[in-house]
Design a protein around this ligand. Structure first.
Ligand code: KE4
Length: 428
């Protein structure tokens, strides 16, 4: 596989950009080799600057659920561009997007648009604390909520990938109110709540963990959190930046029928442009300025171009309801991976939910962050490199999830399963 131009670009990039990339996980540090520079994308495929073609299972980390350069999303963008790109004033599109989010996720009675999932996490912490008058927040080891000081504590995704889950540069005083619990372990949460009565503003989690690899919530875990929050006057906060409009149109909260007090969104709701959002119960969100005193602002929040891409994406998801088909495809592919790995004698754990799926090279089920850290990342790297050489582009880290789009055909999946047979042999 030719990579001359990518290599030259990476050398140049490192002269002017830290690590040569604008987000750490893109640097391939965990899997070895240099990142590939992408020239264009269409449907389920990426095309790099050296003319190589890949089947894409990252989809811009989950945003591109309709595939790349979808004609209706592109048309909406072209139309919006002609009207101007940013006004710093309210537009009808923002109202429609807020209404659509509420239609899909009824628990989101009021929503504030921002520009990234990280910004949404900052906003949601502030309003949770402002509403309850309490300071502490419980998060879970391995869950990732963006590069937010107070939440870069045992954070997943790129922070774990690079071995810096607790980043330097975050003063202890910024994380003294951040309490850590173990995913799928209700007792670890109960202990914290009993130790800090009346002090905890919120419990924030990815309802399906997607940033320590993919880990599903076990039975009663989410309901247990809901009941605990109700008893202790704590706000339940679902970070659905990844799962929102990904595992189902109404997100994980619809799939598991658990209603949080506040939710975060990103990725899909921007259709590939920068959009994040936080929202939830009206009485809580009415605390957000200018309705209330909790301040949060953004020059490009609700940007008309980004909103146009998000609106086109959500309208298509609403009318097409691709989730059963996405679930069928992710289940088929993970079953293929599972049976092939078994034939090769490799212990593999897989999970699939709607348009996202995950895998761990592990003898035992992966229930939490510590289990994930025990998985065989060296074997994952060999698998990743073999798949890449065969034109299949997976997340360059064992601590990420994989994403399907409506553009992935059954033929794409069969090709991926065939490539995996070779890659499992290479990883054995
Ligand atoms: P952004 O600030 O990157 O838009 O969103 C942060 C975020 C918040 N919450 C969840 C559940 C997320 O998955 C993310 C971002 N996800 C990572 C992928 N694991 C983004 C990829 C990257 O960091 O480059």
């Amino acid at each position: 596989m030719q990579a001359r131009i990518s290599s030259e670009l990476f050398q140049r990039a490192q002269q002017r950009i830290p690590g040569g990339v604008n987000s750490p996980v893109r640097a391939f540090k965990a899997v070895g080799g240099n990142p590939i520079f992408i020239k264009r994308a269409q449907g389920s495929r990426l095309y790099d600057v050296d003319g190589n073609e890949y089947l894409d299972y990252i989809g811009s980390w989950g945003a591109m659920i309709l595939g790349h350069a979808h004609e209706q999303v592109t048309a909406a963008l072209e139309n919006a561009l002609r009207q101007g790109t940013s006004f710093g004033a309210p537009t009808a599109g923002e109202v429609r997007l807020a209404e659509l989010i509420n239609e899909a996720v009824p628990s989101v009675e009021l929503v504030r648009l921002v520009n990234s999932g990280s910004e949404a996490a900052m906003g949601v912490l502030r309003v949770a604390r402002g509403y309850t008058g309490r300071d502490k927040i419980i998060k879970f080891e391995g869950c990732y909520h963006g590069s937010v000081d107070a939440l870069l504590v045992k954070a997943g995704s790129g922070a774990t990938t690079l071995g810096i889950p607790d980043s330097p540069g975050v003063p202890d005083s910024f994380t003294e109110h951040t309490l850590l619990a173990e995913f799928n372990n209700l007792n670890s949460v109960l202990e914290l709540v009993e130790t800090h009565p009346e002090e905890i503003a919120g419990i924030i989690l990815e309802p399906v963990a997607g940033n320590m690899g993919m880990i599903a919530p076990e039975r009663n875990f989410l309901q247990g959190l809901r009941d605990l929050c109700d008893r202790a006057g704590i706000l339940l906060i679902f970070d659905e930046v990844m799962t929102g409009f990904r595992v189902d149109f109404g997100g994980a909260q619809e799939l598991f029928n658990i209603i949080p007090d506040l939710s975060l969104f990103g990725k899909v709701i921007g259709g590939g442009l920068p959009v994040g959002a936080y929202g939830g119960r009206q009485d809580i969100m009415l605390k957000v300025a200018p309705a209330g005193p909790v301040y949060q602002a953004g020059t490009l929040s609700g940007n008309p171009i980004a909103v146009a891409a998000g609106l086109a994406t959500l309208e298509l998801l609403k009318t097409e309801n691709p989730y059963p088909e996405l679930a069928r495809k992710s289940a088929w592919l993970t079953q293929e991976f599972q049976s092939t790995a078994t034939q090769v004698g490799l212990p593999l754990q897989t999970v699939a939910m709607g348009g996202m799926f995950g895998m761990f090279f592990s003898e035992t089920p992966v229930r939490n962050y510590q289990d994930a850290l025990q998985s065989n990342t060296a074997r994952f790297s060999k698998f990743f490199q073999s798949m890449l050489q065969q034109g299949i582009y997976l997340a360059p880290s064992a601590f990420e999830s994989l994403f399907l789009s409506t553009a992935h055909s059954d033929g794409d999946l069969e090709r991926t399963a065939a490539a995996a047979r070779v890659a499992f042999e290479a990883a054995a």
